[in-house]
Design a protein around this ligand. Sequence first.
Ligand code: ZN
Length: 334
Amino acid sequence: MKRVCPRCGSSQVRKYGKVRLQQGILQKFRCMSCKHVWHTRIVQCIPEDMSDLVFRMFRAFIRDIDAGKCLSDAGWIPLNDNEIERLREIDFCEIDYENMNGRINYKSQIPTELLLTEEGRVFHEFLRAVGIAQKVEALKNNDAEYLKAVAAGLNEMLKNAQFIFWEKKKGFIPEKLHNVVLSPKWGVFAKKIAYLLTVNLLESIWGISDVSKLHLGSNKEEIAGFNSNINSVINEIKENPQWAKIIDFFRSNKDVLEALSLAWFVSQRAIEEEIGYLGAELLILETAMKIVADKNNEDVAILREKLANLNEELYRLVCEEIWGVNWNDVFRLP
Ligand SMILES: [Zn+2]
């Protein structure tokens, strides 16, 4: 494969020194016709003149998955006879002889050296994201597992909630609650409150009475060591009319709460799998939203609209109260 200038197409190309970067070594080239200078990554595991092609295939895969193509269609690029011949030397590529296409074989072992490059890293993140998305899709036909995922996500959302209290006038917040909120142990209390609100929502919205079956993890320790002070504060929140309104709202908008919860669930999976590339995160989140919409027999666009209006709805529910919680900081997407 002869090197040509990417700007003018001339084959009068000279090597022009190397640059060492964190991601690897770059070979600089200079076109003798138009003086254009560019560089190509040098990797040891493939022939030097194949690296352009291999990285083009990585980028094609990323671009296609980003654009919503499925795994079987993603990453194919057209090849000429010579390229097909050369590609046969590389065992992590696959060739479609009939259509003269080739791509990275995502099922094969790809050399670590390549996975450490920028393209390889994103490619690998996408593969992990697709893996998570497939597991989420499997929830569609498994009500019990779906509910478990929703419960785990709900728990995660409430654990990460900021409970910010407001009052219309000084002194409206009940004194016991006020003292707990200002106490240095508030962080610990907030976790306990979060757990009890999770249990309360699971009971009221999905009718789950035995939460222990859901394996939320920390149930025992979350409720252990309660003193009467905390109990009365929890009751203060749970028996407050605004909490009843929140429960009512989510009872008739179960899809919204499931969407938020499943979003938190998949976001935890993404963190565990060290997925940080935005396109890969979105792929997982989109899959989760589709599953929730499917489960609730509605269009995903309607679900998205409901989510977009959630802040306003939550505000409207409690704005007449004399004190309250910023529920927007509790019921939110990750
Ligand atoms: Zn040139």
